[in-house]
Design a binder for this molecule. Sequence first.
Ligand SMILES: Nc1nc2c(ncn2[C@@H]2O[C@H](COP(=O)(O)OP(=O)(O)OP(=O)(O)O)[C@@H](O)[C@H]2O)c(=O)[nH]1
Ligand SMILES: [Mg+2]
Length: 360
Amino acid sequence: MHVSENRLSVTHTRLLDQFRGGKPLALARAISLVENQREGFQDFLHTVLATGSRTRRIGFTGPPGAGKSSLVAELARAYRQADEHVGIVAVDPTSPYSGGALLGDRIRMNELATDPGIFIRSMATRGSLGGLAATTKEVIDLMDAFGFERVLVETVGVGQTELEITAAADTVVVVLVPESGDAIQAMKAGLMEIADVFVINKADRPGADRLLREIRQAIHLRTGHALSDVPAHHGVDLSRMMKKEATEDAPAPHEGGWQIPVLKTTAQTGEGVPELLAAIVDHRTWLEESGELVRRRRLRARGRVSDVVDRELHRLAWASPEVQDRMARGLDDIQEGRGTPYSVADTILRALLKDRGPLR
Ligand SMILES: Nc1nc2c(ncn2[C@@H]2O[C@H](COP(=O)(O)OP(=O)(O)OP(=O)(O)O)[C@@H](O)[C@H]2O)c(=O)[nH]1
Ligand SMILES: [Mg+2]
């Protein structure tokens, strides 16, 4: 695989011109090129991404129906008022839905769908784990390269599936509602690890204040404020141990000065939305000043490289005639009791690595 701008086809060169000229249709075409992984999509991505990243990426996750889309719509409106261009990506675990349905049932949200400063894309996960569709991150990259100052990503959090949002966003907003249970459940679901900002939406409903207090207490305990007041227990300093274990691969421990805010919103009336906007600004400032933004971007780049390597290895393996041949013979061996899936896989890997000298 040799990616290069010089390898772009005539069609893709034309697409590139229109993309760089800011034509929304070109963005839509580029997205489907990438989503369908059509011939040449890697050269195209390589070319448009070479200019570097400048978009502020904000992820929203939380249980179904928590009001994520309603909040995203409120924020998008606010960013538009500040004259920013906004990309919205909504990832649905089952099926993609139309731009109109995506932004909920309110009339004024339809304004968003027709605003040329907003580009909305919904994607199905098609069974991929981690809550993001296989190419969601690439679509976000395309929106970044296209020049949106802001990209808002919505994923439905069901159990552990929202974890990947941390790989796609600079700031992760976890949206809960009074009905979504207690703080213990949120901790169990791993939401404490991924949240940069907690929002209790539907604050017009009973139970919001209780959940707010519980989440605040849980954060307080988790970030070790309670621990640091207490002398090391049996000579073991838990907070130090936790720090030591943090490596480049590990998710960010929320230490180093960021206090996770817990806010109440009512997306329907817009109440609490200015505070949410302010919390996102504060988090951005912290990201930049603490060096965390650099760390997250590096982590993101690492994930992207390994994604591409995985995908290419997979493609190379199953496209190889030698591999096909060994597979066919291996299946005979298994059937006749001379081989196992492990021995056959072993011969396939050997063939692949021998065939592809430079890959070794
Ligand atoms: N009472 C109340 N209802 C709200 C609030 N915010 C959103 N809703 C309603 O809750 C329902 C779900 O809102 P959405 O914004 O679609 O929620 P979502 O989290 O995007 O839902 P999915 O994408 O389907 O998981 C809609 O009927 C909204 O009108 C709120 O603050 N209070
Ligand atoms: Mg939604």
